[in-house]
Design a protein around this ligand. Structure first.
Ligand SMILES: [Zn+2]
Length: 118
């Protein structure tokens, strides 16, 4: 099979489905993807990491569950817009996740933070 390298555009012959002329072009291509992804996600990753640090700080190492007032998270500049995923629990409440931490916001503005066990 003849083709043109996806990275350097050089023509090559090889097995069907081959898209790079060499292992080094394949590696460079994936390095570039990794690099542009790192740059594009850096700012949001920073916010998410900061949010996780805040939850860890509030929780401390000893406990796996803690109820606090929303204002405590606000005072630590917790960014409510950035979470990693959500889940609806059996009571129909939205559980917000920041990596391995979760929190539920109650109507009285109390926050139940939990750490997921590994
Ligand atoms: Zn190439």
């Amino acid at each position: 099979m003849k083709g043109n390298c996806k990275l350097c555009k050089k023509s090559f012959t090889g097995r069907a489905g081959k898209i790079f002329c060499s292992l080094s072009c394949k590696a460079s291509y994936h390095q570039k993807l990794t690099l542009v992804t790192d740059v594009a996600t850096r700012d949001i990753d920073k916010i998410l990491h900061r949010n996780r640090k805040t939850l860890l700080e509030i929780m401390g190492k000893a406990s796996t569950s803690k109820k606090v007032d929303r204002s405590l998270l606000d005072s630590k500049k917790f960014n409510w817009h950035f979470i990693t995923h959500t889940h609806i629990n059996s009571q129909g409440k939205t559980v917000n996740f920041v990596y391995d931490f979760s929190y539920i916001i109650f109507s009285d503005q109390e926050i139940l933070i939990k750490k997921i066990r590994p």
